[in-house]
Design a protein around this ligand. Structure first.
Ligand code: PLP
Length: 439
């Protein structure tokens, strides 16, 4: 019996022992094409020699220096690298160890910003129902996934939710994109008015929704409108790019494609590509200046802030992506994968929607394509598809969850940026076989 308190205490897991480009290898030598990057993490695959060498060099020179005593070259260089490529207005980086810590830190930074500015009554957060922002209590409070929230509900406070931008289900046939954006904008305005604008500190959203929706982008103009509303009411915009950021959608930051910037941008997964655990909050000049002019100290912190080995790994990952122009491959292979998914599933009776950007794509499965009626949750479709695909040597990320009161099954695809056309074919073939065997 394993003494590990595993995610599932009833499942048994193959033992991962190796990696080879986009493949993971288990103790029996079986190869799995990693078509989801675990959870959109492994954007460089599993055996990048340059990143491995950077990790080895750094760990050989220094194990650990606490951030309350020292800075380090890898941390300074990574911050410089990210800020030089960040959306307008962002001028510093707060390092953490993962996505939930990034969201938690952003929420606390937003709160401290308003306390420093003499507006301590601003403490309410507005989030969207269809969202996942992490599992620590603050981050979980902002997320809308009912299944993840249910037993912790009494501990989740200070957040209310508005509608997501979910055109495939929610936009009426008589609405233009502009009308739809105006409707969602009005909902946010009404929500702010009901709370009292002076009580609201932040609006948080994923530019492309990942885990709860299977790569769902917003319609054109949505984020610009939300940004405008937030600015008019003095509310901070927090963009959660933990999953969709760092090149996943074809641009380094997903919000570049929306033409908006934010006050705080959370990043993680693709930042270190799984070679080390790392996340970060990209912080606006206004927030940094406010904290600096006030207490001069962010009242928060974790032991592993800016760990030098994690920063060295992330810097090597980001340099690899840039030097090898891998975002061009994200766009090219993303386009090819979309095309192949459409060829394979456009007339499939149970694939309702195919969506996403770059190498961040999703399929929504439905019982009935005409009515968009979801499957009965008791069928646990997502779990069966995952098991079938794994059996067949494919890792994909199926999710079932309650979305606006509806159960929904999605499959998220987020393969490494290094894949080629033969990997695209393997993904579509094996995914097709899993879906056909399980629906
Ligand atoms: N935010 C988003 C958008 C995510 O997708 C996730 C994880 O899937 C998180 C936050 C939490 O990140 P982590 O699991 O690294 O804590």
């Amino acid at each position: 019996m394993s003494h590990v308190f595993h995610r599932s205490l009833t499942a048994s897991y193959p033992v991962a022992t190796g990696g080879d480009g986009p493949y993971l290898i288990d103790a029996d030598g079986k190869r799995y094409l990693d078509a989801c990057g675990g959870a959109a993490v492994s954007c460089l695959g599993h055996s990048d020699a340059a990143v491995i060498a950077a990790v080895q060099r750094q760990i050989a020179s220094m194990a650990y220096a606490h951030s309350a005593f020292f800075t380090s070259e890898p941390m300074e260089q990574l911050a410089d690298f990210l800020v030089a490529r960040a959306p307008a207005g962002i001028d510093s980086v707060y390092f953490v160890s993962g996505g939930s810590e990034a969201v938690e830190s952003a929420l606390k930074m937003a709160r401290q910003y308003f306390v420093e500015r003499g507006q301590p009554q601003r403490r309410h957060v507005i989030a969207r129902r269809q969202s996942y922002h992490g599992n620590t209590l603050g981050a979980l409070a902002t997320g809308g996934n009912a299944w993840r929230r249910q037993q912790f509900e009494p501990l989740l406070i200070g957040v209310t939710h508005v509608s997501p931008c979910y055109a495939w289900r929610d936009q009426s046939a008589y609405e233009t994109d502009g009308d739809y954006v105006a409707r969602l904008g009005q909902e946010l305005e009404d929500h702010i008015a009901a709370l009292g604008a002076d009580n609201v500190m932040a609006f948080i959203a994923e530019p492309v929704v990942g885990a709860t929706a299977g790569a769902l982008p917003a319609v054109a103009g949505y984020f610009a409108r939300m940004r405008d509303i937030c600015q008019r009411h003095g509310i901070l915009l927090i963009l959660d790019e933990v999953m969709c950021g760092m090149g996943r959608t074809g641009s380094l930051f997903a919000c570049e494609q929306e033409g908006v910037t934010a006050d705080l941008i959370c990043i993680a997964k693709g930042l270190g590509a799984g070679y080390q655990p790392i996340g970060a909050v990209m912080v606006s000049k206004d927030i940094r200046d406010t904290v600096r002019a006030g207490t001069g100290f962010f009242q928060h912190g974790h032991t592993y802030i800016g760990h030098a080995t994690a920063c060295a790994a992330a810097l090597a990952v980001q340099r690899q992506i840039e030097e090898r122009d891998l975002l061009a491959n994200v766009r090219a292979m993303g386009g090819l994968l979309q095309e192949r998914l459409h060829q394979r599933f456009d007339s499939h009776a149970h694939v309702g929607d195919i969506r996403g950007r770059g190498l961040f794509l999703g399929l929504e499965l439905v019982q009935d394509r005409d009515t968009k009626q979801p499957f009965d949750p008791a069928r646990r479709l997502h779990a069966r598809i995952k098991a079938h695909a794994m059996q067949n040597g494919l890792m994909c990320y199926p999710m079932g969850g309650t979305i606006d009161g509806l159960h929904g099954d999605h499959i998220l695809l987020a393969p490494p940026y290094i894949i080629a056309a033969n990997h695209v074919d393997e993904i579509v073939d094996k995914l097709g076989a899993a879906i056909d065997a399980c629906v």
